[in-house]
Ligand binder design. Structure first.
Ligand code: DSN
Length: 417
């Protein structure tokens, strides 16, 4: 790939080459990342990018759509089949846009909505004041129980009865436990609220059947096709048939303009691949790996938020190691392990410092790592934490990281043709 780019734009070629080397040599544990199959790279780089169109298959604002309509229809049908959904819209450019499309479908500016607090695991688009969601709508936040560090469903119910939201949003970007979708759906029903689940982080696990599906309970389900779905860089939204027209109209012309056909084709491939046994086995291993890593870290003196995990990620409280998230993130990056600093529940630190890190196992599981490698990594993380100021020890760990990474290949022959 990229041979003509190499000839025409060596600066850009070198950036891609450098990034590929980074992805090959480092241990990638950002919970929202994965490695996509080469079919996704090919489709996202395909000639489908040339077609401009607005509207939906069979009802377009531009001529010449008879072929690309097939790609979007295929993606829609596969999304519906995979998640057993009544309606799918695969046009949202990302997860944030998918959320915006649902909001635009059923809310008016100023409407009251409930979402999970960003600093306790929620997402920016679930009502943060620095995001359009928090500026356009009156978001009331629910959070976690201080003892269990799990969603405080009683508080959620109390707030719902107090504020009568038009929509309740569930879903998170740093919550390691199963969310009780059925219970929140009942609460939503009891206050005549609609219910949306943003399943972006767990969508691959849901597709593989290793995590409960929100689809039977929610009026709307949004997601990305990246993260655990390990596919196209984009989003999609599912809904009950009753809301299909509203959702489509909100997506186009409400929120977005022309569709990205090359990405929609890659989404269609993502859904097909997520139905395979190979993908299901991989997702099972993602969860096993996260649980193993949590156990090893615990044995190594770290505190794990909620004491463990049910999914692909864990949030680690670093206070037992007298470290901040920013310090540990930097030290791990220096030895070649990539994680992100993350607020722990009721964190006394600021968001750019934090008391924790979030660690995900999707990418490394896709590369082929299993429990044995999780043990090695948990031990390396302890060694980094315990030797944060010892340059020679850290140099040695960096060599171990390289050695471990070199055992797992990534995009072999990428630049060969
Ligand atoms: N929401 C951000 C994350 O979870 O990392 C980006 O997808």
């Amino acid at each position: 790939m990229l041979q003509t780019v190499k000839e025409q734009d060596i600066e850009l070629y070198k950036i891609v080459e450098e990034e590929l080397n980074r992805q090959r040599s480092e241990i990638e544990m950002i919970a929202s990342e994965s490695y996509v199959p080469t079919q996704i790279l090919e489709l996202q780089g395909s000639i489908l990018t040339n077609k401009t169109t607005e509207g939906f298959p069979g009802n377009r604002y531009h001529a010449g759509c008879r072929v690309i309509d097939k790609a979007e229809r295929l993606g829609i049908e596969r999304a519906k089949l995979l998640f057993k959904a009544e309606h799918a819209n695969i046009q949202p450019h990302g997860g944030s846009q998918a959320n915006q499309c649902v909001y635009a479908a059923i809310l008016e500016p100023g409407d009251t909505v409930m979402g999970m607090r960003l600093d306790q695991g929620g997402h920016l688009t679930h009502g943060s004041k620095v995001n359009l969601s928090g500026r356009f709508y009156n978001f009331i936040s629910y959070g976690l129980d201080r003892e269990t560090e799990r969603i405080d469903y009683d508080e959620l119910e109390r707030l719902a009865h107090e504020h009568h939201p038009k929509l309740i949003v569930a879903g998170a970007s740093s919550y390691s436990r199963i969310i009780d979708y059925e219970r929140i759906a009942k609460i939503a029903k009891s206050v005549h609220s609609k219910f949306m689940v943003d399943m972006a982080h767990v969508a691959g696990l849901v597709a593989a059947g290793v995590h409960p599906s929100p689809v039977p309970y929610a009026d709307f389900v949004t997601s990305t096709t990246t993260k655990t779905l390990a596919g196209a860089r984009g989003g999609f939204a599912l809904c009950k048939q009753d809301y299909a027209k509203q959702l489509d109209k909100a997506t186009f012309p409400g929120v977005q303009g022309s569709a990205h056909l090359h990405i929609m084709a890659a989404k269609a491939y993502t859904f097909k691949r997520a139905m395979t046994t190979e993908f299901r086995d991989c997702m099972k291993q993602v969860v096993k790996n996260a649980q193993k890593l949590a156990q090893v870290l615990k044995e190594n003196g770290f505190r794990i938020v909620t004491d463990g995990t049910d999914n692909h990620l864990l949030v680690v409280d670093l206070r037992t190691k007298n470290l901040t998230g920013a310090q540990f993130e930097k030290a791990l990056e220096d030895v070649g392990i990539t994680v992100n600093k993350n607020m722990i529940p009721f964190d006394p630190q600021k968001p750019m410092i934090t008391s924790g890190v979030r660690i995900g196992t999707t990418a490394m599981t896709i590369k082929g790592m299993k429990e044995d490698e999780m043990e090695i990594m948990g031990n390396m993380m302890k060694a980094v934490a315990d030797n944060i100021d010892r340059a020679t020890v850290l140099e040695n760990i960096k060599k171990q990281v390289l050695e471990l990474s070199s055992k797992f290949s990534l995009y072999e022959g990428y630049f060969d043709n």
